[in-house]
Design a binder for this molecule. Structure first.
Ligand SMILES: [Cu+2]
Length: 173
C-alpha cells in the first residue's frame, strides 16, 4: 500500500549524489535490482538494511530560489518515519551554503520570528512536515544563486550518525 511513495522516496535518495556510497552508513543497499521494488522487511541482510534506509522517507523536498545578492534561502519537505522507533534529525549539511540549520517560526509580540532548533523528532509511523510558517531548513551564506529548475543536494543527519542524502529542487516563489 505504501509502495508508490516509498519508491519515490528511494528515487530521491538515489538520485541525490554518487557520493551516497561513501556518505551513507548503509551503502551496501545500492547493490542489486531488488532495490527499486522491495521495501518489506525480509530475511536477507541486504534487504533488511534497505528497509532501514526506508525508515526515513522524504517527499516534496524543495528550496526557494534566490535573487542575486541575497544569500539566504529556506527549504521544506515532508518526512515520514515508517519504522518502529523514533527518528531524530540533529543536523543538515549541504555544500550549497555556508550554514544550514533547522529553524522554527514562532510568534513574538504578535510578529513572526524564527529560531534555530537542535533537532526534530519524528515518531514511528508519523509524518513531520517542514513548511513555510513552521519548522523549516534555513540556508545562510548561499554559495551560488539558487536558480529555479536546478537543485541542491542535502544530507539529513540522524542522532547516531546515519546520513540520508536527498536532492532538493529549487523552486521559484
Ligand atoms: Cu529560518
Amino acid at each position: 500500500m505504501k509502495s508508490p511513495i516509498l519508491t519515490l522516496s528511494l528515487a530521491l535518495i538515489l538520485s541525490a549524489a554518487p557520493t551516497l556510497a561513501s556518505a551513507h552508513a548503509h551503502a551496501e543497499v545500492q547493490d542489486g535490482d531488488g532495490l527499486k521494488n522491495t521495501h518489506q522487511l525480509s530475511t536477507t541482510d541486504a534487504q533488511s538494511q534497505q528497509a532501514q534506509i526506508d525508515h526515513l522517507q522524504v517527499e516534496n523536498a524543495y528550496v526557494k530560489a534566490t535573487i542575486p545578492g541575497i544569500k539566504v534561502s529556506s527549504g521544506y519537505m515532508k518526512m515520514t518515519n515508517t519504522g518502529e522507533s523514533p527518528i531524530r534529525i540533529v543536523a543538515v549539511e549541504t555544500s550549497a551554503a555556508k550554514h544550514a540549520e533547522i529553524h522554527r517560526m514562532f510568534m513574538r509580540d504578535s510578529k513572526m520570528a524564527m529560531r534555530k532548533v537542535d533537532s526534530i523528532e519524528i515518531q514511528p509511523k508519523q509524518t513531520f512536515e517542514l513548511t513555510p510558517g513552521g519548522f523549516h531548513l534555513m540556508f545562510m551564506g548561499v554559495a551560488q544563486q539558487f536558480k529555479a529548475n536546478e537543485s541542491i543536494s542535502l544530507t539529513l543527519i540522524e542522532e547516531g550518525g546515519s546520513r540520508h542524502s536527498i536532492n532538493m529542487p529549487i523552486v521559484k516563489e
